[in-house]
Structure formats: structure tokens, C-alpha cells
Design a protein. Structure first.
Length: 374
């Protein structure tokens, strides 16, 4: 069970908190004044700006990161009988989206060299079959998939789509190239704990105009121009609103400042925790999106004890994801052993890292961790 925060602690520090201000409030108010609160011109502008920021030509906004995944799979024509490779240590949304598409999820164990659960080419090779039609690569906790170029090269000529999941890695980079610019399609989430937020919301980005046009069509029931209630294919009600896009556009304006602050806080953690010997501090990749601050303890008991200790001092934490093969409704898709995922899930946790944290907040968390001895 998640520990309960001590409300009498010196500080109360949540695991995540969006940084919103008067600019976002004014932008949302203007959509009300303009009487355009559903999908409209601000969604179109947000799509354009987000695509530019992440290295793709086009964006198609929707109402969540999960629906972005489902839309990406849908326009890849994923269907029953197909297999989609996903990380075993990841957010449940991936498996759910694959099941929504009617396909079979295939789990790949975390790479032994990854402290956050990212998968590698070697692991993927073991799971590719004649039924594989897509691979979803996740930059888990904001850390880039280091093998992504090699994975894409390996899959060329195999009729396998590469979907890049950037839900946790807005504005991260690999070899100075934006995360989100590698895959055939890339998906983003704008949930309130992400690097920029629209409250709820998501987006699929692509370089192909015909994919953009199809994404736009199927996210709104595939209405036919001139024959409004004639629908061209199976489709969905996944639209984003202009109220959300108004927030997103203001957040994009602040994104450089947000990311600089995240890097600064991560450096504070790395310096302040470098002498701890009873836990592992995962190394930050050069282009990390610094979504959270991960820690790895020596055992499951150590991890749980540490979380209760932090909660006593008012510091919220989260465990790493629970592996897909351990989710009760997904056990039937388990195929093999997943020792790295299991170890990371049992021993991994993360602590607050977001721009609204003050220097004093970060120093407080560091001091609490320095004093703790399991």
C-alpha cells in the first residue's frame, strides 16, 4: 500500500504539481469570451507548434495519451491477429491500447543496462515474429531509448511500424535530436504531471500528410464533408478542446524555462545524493527529459521502508511500474521470464522533480535522504 503522508511534517511535497499561472487562466477565459470552447483554431495552432517543437511535420491532438496510442495503432491498421511489441515495465495504457486495437501485446523485458526499464534491440529481436506489426518504444521516466536508431534500422523492410511513446519525455533529446522525431508516429500525453500540461490531453505526430488527415478524421467519428452523418470507417470521439489547447500553448511558451529548471533540480539531486551507498542513483542521460527523479534500493523491503520514511517527512513518492506480465488480466500474454523488469519493479521508486519545486524543497528532500539509513 502507498504510505500516507504525515500532514504534520515540516513540509508537504507532492510527487508532481503543474506550474500554471495567470497566462493560462487568461487564455482559457478568452476561449469562453470567444464562445469557442470545443475543438477549434487553438487546437490547430497547438498541433502545429507541438509538431515543430518535437521534430515532426504534423500533429493531431486528442483527449489523452491513451487515445493517442489507440489512434496511432488504428491508423497503422493494427487488427486482430497482429502482435504489438511493448516494454514489460511500462504504463498500463500501452497494453490497453493494444487490446483496444484488437491485437496481442508482446512483452519485452527491460534491458539489463537500463535503470528505468527501457528495452533494447537485443530484447526485441527475441520477440519479433511474422505477426509483429508494430513496436512501441517508450522513453521511460524521460530517459531516451539508447538503441532507437538501431531498432528502426533493424525493422526496415519488415513492415513493422515504430511508434515512439514520448508521454514522459517531452523535449528530451538523443544525440542532439528531439525525442519524438525518430518513430514513424510519436505520441504524447499532456496529463497534469507531464513536462507541459493541458490538464488532460494527448497528441500523435507524424511526417506524412495523409496520416495527419486520417488521424484528424477518425478522432471525430470520420464524418464526411458534405454528408455530415455519413461515416467512412470505424472511428472515435477523441477530440481535444480549445480550452485545453489554450493552456497548452501557454505552457509551450514556458517550456524552455521549465526544462532548464528540471535539469537544475536533477543536478542538485545528483550532487546531493552522490555519496549515498545504500541505494543506486540512476545516471542521467545527456538528453534526459528529467520527468522524475528515480532511485533504486537494494531490496523490496528497503524500497517500501524508504517510502514510509519519506512519507513521515511529508515527501510523496511512487514505485516503479508493475510489470505487464504480473497484471492479472494480462498474465495470459506472458511469454518467458522477465527478471530485470521484476527487480526494477520491486526496488525502484521515484521522488518529486518538477519546476515548481523550490531550491529549499529540493534541499529538504536531499537532507531527509542523507539522514536515512535502512
Amino acid at each position: 500500500m502507498d504510505p500516507i503522508l504525515n500532514t504534520n511534517a515540516e513540509r508537504l511535497i507532492p510527487i508532481a504539481e503543474p506550474w500554471l499561472g495567470g497566462e493560462e487562466a487568461s487564455a482559457v477565459r478568452q476561449t469562453v469570451v470567444d464562445n469557442w470552447i470545443s475543438q477549434g483554431p487553438l487546437v490547430k495552432e497547438f498541433e502545429h507548434q507541438m509538431a515543430l517543437c518535437t521534430g515532426k511535420n504534423y500533429g493531431s491532438a486528442c483527449n489523452s495519451g491513451t487515445t493517442a496510442l489507440h489512434l496511432a495503432l488504428h491508423i497503422c491498421d493494427i487488427q486482430p491477429g497482429n502482435e504489438v511489441i511493448i516494454p514489460n515495465l511500462t504504463m498500463i495504457a500501452l497494453a490497453n491500447a493494444v487490446l483496444l486495437a484488437g491485437a496481442t501485446p508482446v512483452f519485452v523485458d527491460a534491458d539489463v543496462n537500463s535503470d528505468v526499464g527501457n528495452i533494447s534491440l537485443e530484447g526485441i529481436k527475441e520477440k519479433i515474429s511474422a505477426k509483429t506489426k508494430a513496436i512501441i518504444l517508450v522513453h521511460t521516466y524521460g530517459e531516451p531509448v539508447e538503441d532507437i536508431v538501431e531498432i528502426i534500422d533493424h525493422c526496415k523492410g519488415m513492415d513493422i511500424k515504430i511508434i515512439e511513446d514520448c508521454a514522459e519525455s517531452h523535449f528530451g533529446k538523443l544525440d542532439n535530436k528531439m525525442l519524438g522525431s525518430f518513430g514513424d508516429l510519436s505520441v504524447f500525453s499532456f496529463y497534469s504531471n507531464k513536462n507541459i500540461t493541458t490538464g488532460e490531453g494527448g497528441m500523435v505526430t507524424t511526417n506524412k500528410l495523409y496520416e495527419k488527415e486520417r488521424l484528424d478524421r477518425v478522432r471525430m467519428h470520420a464524418f464526411t464533408p458534405g454528408q455530415h452523418f455519413c461515416h467512412t470507417e470505424r472511428a472515435f470521439g477523441y477530440r481535444m478542446t480549445d480550452m485545453q489547447a489554450a493552456i497548452g500553448l501557454e505552457q509551450l511558451k514556458k517550456s524552455t524555462k521549465f526544462m532548464e529548471r528540471r535539469r537544475y533540480i536533477r543536478r542538485m539531486y545528483d550532487e546531493g545524493l552522490k555519496d549515498l551507498h545504500h541505494m543506486n542513483i540512476p545516471k542521467m542521460a545527456e538528453g534526459s527529459a528529467n520527468w522524475v527523479m528515480p532511485l533504486i534500493t537494494m531490496s523490496n523491503d528497503d524500497r517500501d521502508n524508504l517510502r514510509h520514511y519519506l512519507a513521515h517527512y511529508g515527501i510523496e513518492s511512487r514505485t516503479y511500474f508493475q510489470p505487464m506480465h504480473q497484471q492479472y488480466f494480462l498474465t495470459k500474454y506472458s511469454n518467458g521470464d522477465y527478471p530485470v523488469s521484476e527487480t526494477l519493479s520491486e526496488c525502484g521508486l521515484y521522488i518529486p522533480l518538477y519546476p515548481k519545486l523550490t531550491d529549499d524543497d529540493v534541499k529538504y528532500i536531499i537532507e531527509v535522504l542523507q539522514q536515512e539509513r535502512i
